[in-house]
Write a protein that binds this ligand. Structure first.
Ligand SMILES: N[C@@H](CCC(=O)N[C@@H](CS)C(=O)NCC(=O)O)C(=O)O
Length: 199
């Protein structure tokens, strides 16, 4: 199995999933600049983005699709068996991509990644305001449970914490969302997350 990507990108969440499930894989260091635009790489992911996964005949792009596949195929209890919990895991995964990430990416771009003369503080202000509502929703969800689906860490947590880790890069303080902050520490305290940082 080959996973394409690098740290400091959305590939982190798929590297984390591969580490969490403990599958044997090769991380093919591929940046989001020129390396993801070569003809060889575009044959794997025509979007020219990272991450991508090749597992035998399966060629897959989209980080969350990769993570759901890894968890379901190799993750044992990481992927919920019960159809209702499976639906909830998919719900939180999609929610992370649609309700959180659209605010977190402009935030990190305009605070950290773009050259200083291209950063727009108004984008940051607007993104920081917009992210409050979904973080409030997440905080309420986590008020009576350790993890999104209950007492056990699942792919729902990994996917959502993976998306929310962009807030950390963006130096956005989540501490006022106390349940979210505690949950995030639990998730990123896993040995698999520590191994990701060595890649
Ligand atoms: N929705 C995609 C987004 C992937 C994505 O945009 N990756 C960025 C790096 S964080 C990238 O490869 N950008 C290169 C480009 O857009 O040219 C996913 O989650 O896999």
């Amino acid at each position: 199995m080959k996973l394409y990507g690098i740290l400091g990108s959305r590939a982190v969440r798929s590297i984390w999933a591969a580490e969490e499930v403990g599958v044997d894989y090769e991380l093919v260091q591929t940046s989001f600049l020129e390396e993801s635009k070569t003809p060889e790489y575009l044959a794997i992911n025509p979007n020219g983005r990272i991450p991508a996964l090749v597992d035998g005949d399966l060629v897959l792009f989209e980080s969350m699709a990769i993570n759901l596949y890894l968890a379901k195929t190799y993750g044992g209890k990481l992927y919920p068996n019960d159809p209702h919990d499976e639906a909830r895991a998919i719900q939180w995964t999609i929610w992370g991509m649609t309700e959180l990430e659209p605010h977190l990416i402009p935030m990190v771009l305009h605070k950290v990644f773009l050259p200083e003369d291209q950063r727009d503080p108004a984008v940051v202000t607007s993104a920081e305001a917009a992210v409050e509502r979904p973080l409030g929703v997440l905080d309420a969800q986590l008020s009576d449970r350790e993890y999104l689906l209950g007492g056990d860490f699942s792919i729902a947590d990994l996917n959502l914490a993976g998306a929310l880790s962009t807030a950390n890069f963006a130096k956005f303080d989540i501490s006022k969302f106390e349940n979210v902050a505690r949950w995030m520490s639990r998730c990123t305290g896993r040995p698999s997350f520590a191994r990701v940082q060595t890649k």
